[in-house]
Design a protein around this ligand. Structure first.
Ligand SMILES: [Zn+2]
Length: 310
C-alpha cells in the first residue's frame, strides 16, 4: 500500500510550537503600493473574539516549505514540478492506457476514480507524480501535510501581546530609478518579540520526506529562510520556541522506531533515547526535536543516493 493513499493510516507526525520574530515581520496582502499614491499597507489581520489579530496564514507557511523543499529536491537531481496552476504533474505527465489512450495524469486519475478503479488511479499517481505533488498536493489530490494559520494565542486561546510598528517607504520609479513625487507610503509590521502558534501536521509521510521538511524547519530557525515581505531589508527572521515533535505509527511499532514507509527509498529511523512514549506517541521537545530532525535527515540523504542508483 502506498503512503499517498488516503484509505490507510500508517503514521501521524506533528511539529508544533511558537514562531517568534527576532526582526520586524511583515505579512501583508501581497499587494505593492500603487506608485504616486499615499497608502497605508496594513498587516494581515483576522477577527478574533472582540479584536483583530495579526497572523501568518498557513498557506503562506506551506508555500515557503514547498518552495525550499522543491529547490533542495531539484539540486538533488530529482524531477519535480513547479506546483503552479497548469504546471503540476497532474497537468504535465502523460500516461498511456490500452482503453483510455494517452491522457494527462490528472485526467487519467479522474477517469479511473469515476469508474471506481481507485487502485489504478493510486498506482499511476504514485509512479508518475513528483515528490512535491505527493507531499504538498496537486490538482485533485489533497497532499499529506497541513499547516495551521499561526495566531498570536497562548495555550488557552488567549491573545498574546503583539506590538505593531510602521515605516515610511519611498516609491521608486522602476524605469528611471528616480524617487517619485508624492510617493511616500507607510508599511505596517509586527515588532520583534511577537509569538505565533505554529502547527504542521503530516499523515503517512515517509522518514525521508520528514527529513527534507526538517531541513527547512532548521533553516527557518537559523534565519536562512525568512518569512513575509521585505526580506532583503532584514525582515522576517523567526525562531522556534517550545518546539515539540510527536509521531505515532500504525500499527504501533517498537518504542522509538520510525518504520520505513517506502521500500527501496525510505529507511527506518531509530529515535530510542531521544523520544519518550506518551499515550502511544513518540514525543521530543526543544533541543531534542533538532536531534530527531537530524536523524530523519539521514533518511533523506539515503533516499537521494538510492534514487540515483536506480
Ligand atoms: Zn509534481
Amino acid at each position: 500500500m502506498y503512503w499517498t493513499s488516503s484509505s490507510i493510516l500508517l503514521r501521524e507526525t506533528v511539529v508544533e510550537g511558537y514562531l517568534t520574530n527576532s526582526s520586524p515581520l511583515r505579512i501583508g496582502s501581497g499587494r505593492e503600493p500603487p506608485l504616486g499614491a499615499v497608502v497605508d499597507l496594513a498587516v494581515l489581520r483576522i477577527p478574533y473574539k472582540d479584536e483583530f489579530l495579526p497572523y501568518i496564514p498557513g498557506s503562506s507557511i506551506k508555500g515557503i516549505f514547498r518552495s525550499y523543499t522543491s529547490s533542495m529536491a531539484k539540486s538533488a537531481k530529482l524531477d519535480v514540478c513547479t506546483g503552479l496552476a497548469k504546471e503540476t504533474c497532474m497537468d504535465l505527465k502523460q500516461i498511456e492506457d490500452p482503453e483510455l489512450g494517452e491522457q494527462t495524469l490528472g485526467r487519467y486519475v479522474e477517469l479511473k476514480l469515476r469508474s471506481r478503479n481507485s487502485k489504478d488511479a493510486m498506482d499511476a499517481f504514485f509512479k508518475k507524480a513528483c515528490l512535491m505533488c505527493k507531499i504538498f498536493g496537486s490538482l485533485g489530490y489533497a497532499g499529506k501535510i497541513r499547516f495551521s494559520d499561526a495566531y498570536p494565542l497562548d495555550e488557552n486561546g488567549n491573545p498574546l501581546p503583539v506590538r505593531l510598528g510602521a515605516r515610511t517607504g519611498i516609491a521608486i520609479n522602476r524605469r528611471t530609478g528616480a524617487v517619485m513625487e508624492h510617493a511616500l507610503y507607510t508599511v505596517e509590521y509586527v515588532e520583534p518579540g511577537a509569538k505565533f502558534r505554529f502547527k504542521m501536521e503530516c499523515t503517512n509521510l515517509p522518514n525521508y520526506a520528514l527529513g527534507l521538511l526538517g531541513i527547512v524547519l532548521r533553516m527557518i530557525n537559523e534565519g536562512q529562510v525568512k518569512i513575509g515581505g521585505f526580506k532583503t531589508r532584514g525582515f522576517g527572521e523567526v525562531k522556534f520556541e517550545n518546539i515539540r515533535f510527536k509521531n505515532r505509527e500504525f500499527p504501533q511499532s517498537v518504542d522509538g522506531i520510525l518504520k520505513s514507509l517506502e521500500e527501496g527509498l525510505d529507511s527506518e529511523v531509530n529515535l530510542q533515547g531521544i523520544v519518550r512514549i506518551e499515550d502511544g506517541w513518540q514525543v521530543a521537545e526543544d533541543h531534542d526535536v533538532w536531534s530527531v530532525l537530524e536523524k530523519l535527515k539521514e533518511a533523506w540523504i539515503n533516499a537521494i543516493s538510492r534514487s540515483r542508483s536506480h
